[in-house]
Design a protein around this ligand. Structure first.
Ligand code: TRP
Length: 363
């Protein structure tokens, strides 16, 4: 039986509600409005589900220490979908969490079959540099490569490998390829090792990820209980929706028309939006005025909602006007394109300035 979510597959999620019910995820609603100064998409439903997030929320409210860890698979260009995770990393740093970021180069080496040196370059130039440019502070953040972590981390991988079986692995992932098990063993160690005595010791820790990563989170939480000697606190997690591709399908690094990269020339990005953004507008103006736009499928609308129009009053006006047909598809695209162009102009300057923050990462 194939696994319902394949973290290495290209599955698009049609029904978030069904996934939540099938895997016992809780809705994030109760926290979305209560997290202080949260990023726009977190306030507006882009982060939609969680496991055990109450533990983290209590730390935020009570100003108690907690940690955050997430990871990236270096591949292709850093695009708006990646920026959504970056914003969360930065947000947790601002909240005072101890922040860990894993560069999953061993996973990428094993499942994407790229040389480590190339993966390292992509990780630094595309991901880490953009994180700093978006506002991550180098001070206090622990960004590491799986391929060169530490003895305690590798010891943990060795130890946890004996706490599962091939059958269990196969039941979760629908596969028993050794490189997949090794990749997952690294990821479990990524998530748990901040709680080793060599790092912070037991501490509430949250893992913000896309929903495709949930099999790893479930597996990690199960294995946590089989390593009682460390007194690990089961990790918490939150899940964000995938950002829609520009043309309505999935964002995919192999198709430049499906994403806006943070290194796209600002005018090029503007052009991509005007020409290719999938529209929820109707066939002709009369019909549009009568029915209003289909906001659920309109990509420009969603980019505004989740990233580019943080002002609630302005967003409400767009929702009302576009949803009722008063505003036209071209106008919404124009509005977004302008915002994106300005953002990229500013960001690309910041990106060059952030180069001096890369000192800790030899090429
Ligand atoms: N598997 C993740 C991905 O495909 C990368 C990753 C590795 C990760 N270790 C992690 C994510 C730990 C979250 C936590 O993107």
């Amino acid at each position: 039986m194939p696994a319902a979510i394949d973290p290495w597959g290209r599955n698009e999620v049609k029904d978030y509600g069904k996934i939540m019910a099938d895997f016992g995820l809780k809705p994030f609603d109760e926290f979305a409005g209560a997290m202080p100064d949260a990023p726009t998409f977190m306030r507006r439903g882009g982060v939609f589900a969680h496991r055990d997030f109450g533990r983290i929320f209590d730390c935020v409210k009570g100003k108690k220490p907690f940690a955050m860890l997430t990871g990236l698979m270096p591949s292709g260009k850093f695009h708006l979908g990646h920026a959504m995770l970056a914003q969360q990393i930065i947000y947790y740093q601002q909240l005072g969490a101890k922040v860990f970021v894993t560069v999953a180069d061993i996973e990428a080496y094993n499942v994407r079959k790229l040389p480590l040196a190339e993966l390292r370059k992509i990780a630094i130039e595309e991901y880490i540099l953009n994180y700093f440019a978006l506002g991550l502070k180098p001070k206090g953040v622990d960004i590491y490569f799986q391929s060169e972590r530490s003895i305690p981390y590798y010891r943990l991988i060795g130890m946890l490998s004996g706490k599962t079986t091939a059958n269990e692995f196969k039941a979760i992932y629908g596969s028993d390829e050794p490189e997949k098990f090794i990749s997952v063993a690294h990821q479990i160690a990524d998530i748990l090792h901040p709680q080793l005595p060599d790092y912070l010791g037991p501490i509430p820790l949250t893992v913000p990820v896309g929903i495709d990563q949930d099999p790893h989170i479930r597996y990690t939480r199960d294995i946590t209980g089989r390593l009682p000697e460390f007194s690990f606190i089961p990790p918490s997690s939150t899940y964000h929706k995938f950002m829609k591709g520009l043309q309505g399908g999935k964002m995919s690094s192999s198709d430049p028309l499906s994403y806006i990269a943070l290194t796209d020339a600002p005018e090029e990005a503007e052009r991509k939006i005007m020409k290719h953004a999938f529209s929820g507008g109707r066939n002709n103006i009369a019909e549009h005025r009568r029915l209003g736009a289909d906001l659920a499928v309109d990509v420009s609308y969603q980019y505004l909602l989740y990233l580019f129009e943080p002002d609630d009053a302005k967003m409400k006006k767009i929702t009302d006007d576009y949803g009722s047909g008063k505003m036209l598809s071209g106008e919404v695209k124009q509005y977004l394109a302008e915002k994106v162009r300005k953002f990229l102009q500013g960001h690309q300057k910041k990106r060059e300035k952030a180069r001096n923050k890369l000192a800790a990462f030899s090429p």
